[in-house]
Design a protein around this ligand. Structure first.
Ligand SMILES: NC(=O)c1ccc[n+]([C@@H]2O[C@H](COP(=O)([O-])OP(=O)(O)OC[C@H]3O[C@@H](n4cnc5c(N)ncnc54)[C@H](O)[C@@H]3O)[C@@H](O)[C@H]2O)c1
Ligand SMILES: O=c1ccn([C@@H]2O[C@H](COP(=O)(O)OP(=O)(O)O[C@H]3O[C@H](CO)[C@@H](O)[C@H](O)[C@H]3O)[C@@H](O)[C@H]2O)c(=O)[nH]1
Length: 327
């Protein structure tokens, strides 16, 4: 490991903080760059937190040079799909432009390894099977497009020999660290398990189910929910892969099986021990019927083996966090 440092952008956020913790626990030197727009100072333990913006070229160049950064893990982004539809420039500015500035600093400073947070949203409407990495890419909202643009920047730089990347396409991430020290406190959350956990903990009065007439067994959408700790471990393996001179990779991060919205809510009620107040509403614009990963490639290339592939564990850690939030 030597003197090398991992620069984690967005490390004060939900997923970045879980990854930072796993990196610190195994002895990595980590510097977090986060502007705290949706992140929390308290989420960063054992790593230096630099409060600043990924689009600040002078700052990121200075950080890379000063800390002997060998790997960039890039989580910082705006992530709310409906907001991206209403304000696309906000998403292109942060998720595409600022990512380009950051990657340009990597090239200028000889930072040759990049692990990038992408999303299943790059696939768009994906049919009723699973999606593999080489499935067609037709993102249906500005969030997904702004992320795909950054995938292309990295792919082109890898082709040009400027760096190697592992691009991780996360499916639906949920759950929290089992010990309750870090969790998901993202403001104005719209994600299903987060919203349901808030409702179960009494933080919100009830919730909506968006659409009950989809062509699925119970009429609600189907998603592949991955526990944040398993996802975090995929990042550690991606770092090892790149440090072992592995080739650039694009990998789905999911379990390869899905649950419907109603199956998730039934699990939330079971774990919470009380019924949720559910309002059955119209479909939400832009929701694909089903998004489930073909997760073969990440298992083959990184040897990734999930340890928390259990909806009950995901839901329980999410509810526990809402009941005992530290921040
Ligand atoms: N949560 C999911 O289910 C999910 C699914 C697919 C992909 N992703 C991707 O994972 C990454 C992390 O998402 P998250 O759920 O942890 O969200 P989050 O909002 O909790 O984390 C994002 C972090 O980035 C910071 N940030 C944003 N813009 C910044 C900038 N310009 N400079 C510095 N810091 C900045 C925020 O303050 C926050 O701490 C994002 O790239 C997101 O697109 C998330
Ligand atoms: O209060 C809610 C919230 C969600 N849902 C439904 O639950 C499913 C999952 O929705 P959500 O948890 O919002 O996740 P997705 O829309 O599948 O994924 C979004 O969030 C991911 C993480 O940010 C991104 O990667 C995706 O691109 C983005 O579409 C969808 O059918 C929603 O309609 C509800 O019924 N009620």
């Amino acid at each position: 490991m030597g003197e090398s440092t991992v620069l984690v952008t967005g490390g004060a956020g939900y997923i970045g903080s879980h990854v930072t913790r796993q990196l610190v626990e195994r002895g990595e030197r980590v510097v977090v760059l986060d502007n705290l727009s949706t992140g929390f100072r308290e989420a960063v333990e054992g790593a230096e937190l630099v409060v600043g913006d990924t689009g600040d070229a002078a700052l990121v160049n200075d950080l890379m040079a000063r800390h002997a950064v060998d790997t960039l893990m890039h989580f910082a982004a705006h992530t709310v799909v409906p907001e991206s539809v209403a304000d696309p420039l906000k998403y292109y500015r942060n998720n595409t432009n600022s990512s380009r500035i950051l990657v340009e600093a990597c090239v200028a400073n000889g930072v040759r390894r990049v692990v990038f947070s992408s999303t299943a949203a790059v696939y768009g409407e994906a049919g009723d099977g699973t999606v593999a990495e080489d499935s067609p890419l037709h993102p249906i909202n500005p969030y997904g497009r702004s992320k795909l643009a950054t995938e292309w920047v990295l792919e082109d730089l890898a082709t040009a020999g400027a760096l190697e990347h592992v691009t991780l396409r996360y499916f639906n991430v949920a759950g929290c660290a089992p010990d309750g020290r870090i969790g998901q406190s993202t403001p104005n959350a719209t994600l299903l398990i987060k919203v349901a956990a808030e409702a179960a903990a009494g933080i919100r009065a009830g919730m909506h189910v968006f659409g009950t007439d989809y062509p699925t067994p119970d009429g609600t959408c189907i998603r592949d929910f991955i526990h944040v700790e398993d996802l975090a471990h995929a990042h550690v393996l991606a770092l090892d892969h790149l440090r072992d001179a592995g080739a650039s990779l694009t990998l789905n991060c999911g379990y390869g099986h899905g649950y419907s919205v109603l199956e998730v809510l039934r699990m939330v009620e079971q774990v919470a021990g009380a019924p949720l107040k559910i309002n059955f509403a119209d479909r939400r614009p832009g929701d694909p019927v089903q998004l489930v990963a073909n997760a073969a490639r990440i298992r083959e290339t990184l040897g990734w083996t999930p340890r928390h592939d259990d909806l009950e564990v995901i839901v329980r850690t999410a509810i526990d966090w809402e009941r005992n939030r530290r921040y």
